[in-house]
Design a protein around this ligand. Structure first.
Ligand code: NDP
Length: 240
């Protein structure tokens, strides 16, 4: 069995989470991968990996999955809170159910993950929590009002919780990417907004790849425990 610590990754069934899972696995970590599409997690066929069908809006589901993985691989060393949804829209016309979904997944999902692992990390005086936020947590973009609201929120509470956990030697890291080529845009219901976004992406010529973001996650994680990279913002070179 690996002597590297257990890494939990939410939203590992596609995009950035999947790339991060491959990177941590290559570095020799046992993994707990969480998402609703279990078949996509299992299709990765990564060694020393437990895959669980979990909706991050349900804290109890995260807790049972983590307890199961810790029995097999020991305590969680790192949690990557990556699961997220981006449902773009204009505030007067968008279905408020979409706002609720973004708030539930992008804010509550992250807080749920933190709540499940933080107490153990503080007791052990060791651990790393990495939240995949967005450059949309640092500046605003058209049609992104509620999405930006959720990502600005992640930056705000991460900084506060980092301060609470610092004296316990627990690290909090925000990774804030710009446009990455993944499935994220595909859930937006307005075809006009999707088309405009695709055009904007085209003008950038080369969006980030999921592996670029995974590399930033690994860079921050692999620093000595005394070093806390608090935030990385990475964007396509041509993004405004
Ligand atoms: P994807 O759509 O490819 O991945 C999103 C992941 O989140 C999927 O694995 C999905 O799994 C999971 N997910 C969504 N809802 C839930 C839920 N309720 N419970 C559990 N898992 C859930 O997009 P990305 O890889 O791009 O997104 C990953 C993160 O990166 C997100 O937080 C996103 O906001 C952020 N980001 C992305 C950028 C981009 O341009 N792509 C830019 C900046 C930040 P499943 O559906 O199987 O549950």
């Amino acid at each position: 069995m690996s002597n590297k610590g257990l890494v939990v990754i939410t939203g590992a069934s596609s995009g950035i989470g999947e790339a991060a899972a491959r990177s941590f696995s290559q570095a020799g970590h046992p993994l707990l991968l969480l998402a609703r599409r279990l078949e996509r997690l299992e299709a990765l066929k990564l060694p020393n990996t437990i895959c669980e069908k979990v909706d991050v809006t349900d804290r109890d589901q995260i807790k049972s999955a983590v307890e199961k993985a810790e029995k097999q691989y020991g305590p969680v060393d790192c949690l990557v809170n990556n699961a997220g949804v981006m449902l773009l829209g204009q505030c007067d016309t968008q279905d408020p159910k979409e706002w609720e979904q973004m708030v539930q997944v992008n804010i509550m999902g992250v807080l749920n993950g933190i709540h499940v692992v933080l107490a153990g990390m503080k007791t052990r005086r060791h651990g790393t929590i990495i939240n995949v936020s967005s450059v949309a947590g640092r500046k605003t973009f058209p049609n992104h009002a509620v999405y930006c609201g959720t990502k600005f929120s992640v930056h705000a509470f991460t900084e506060q919780i980092r301060e609470e956990a610092a004296s316990y030697d627990v690290r909090f890291i925000n990774i804030a990417p710009g446009v990455v080529e993944t499935e994220l845009l595909s859930h937006t219901t307005s075809t006009k907004i999707v088309d405009d976004y695709k055009q904007w992406k085209k003008e950038m010529s080369q969006p980030l790849e999921s592996e670029d973001v995974a590399n930033s996650i690994m860079f921050a994680y692999q620093q000595p425990q005394r070093v806390c990279i608090r935030e990385i913002v990475l964007c396509p070179t041509r993004q405004d």
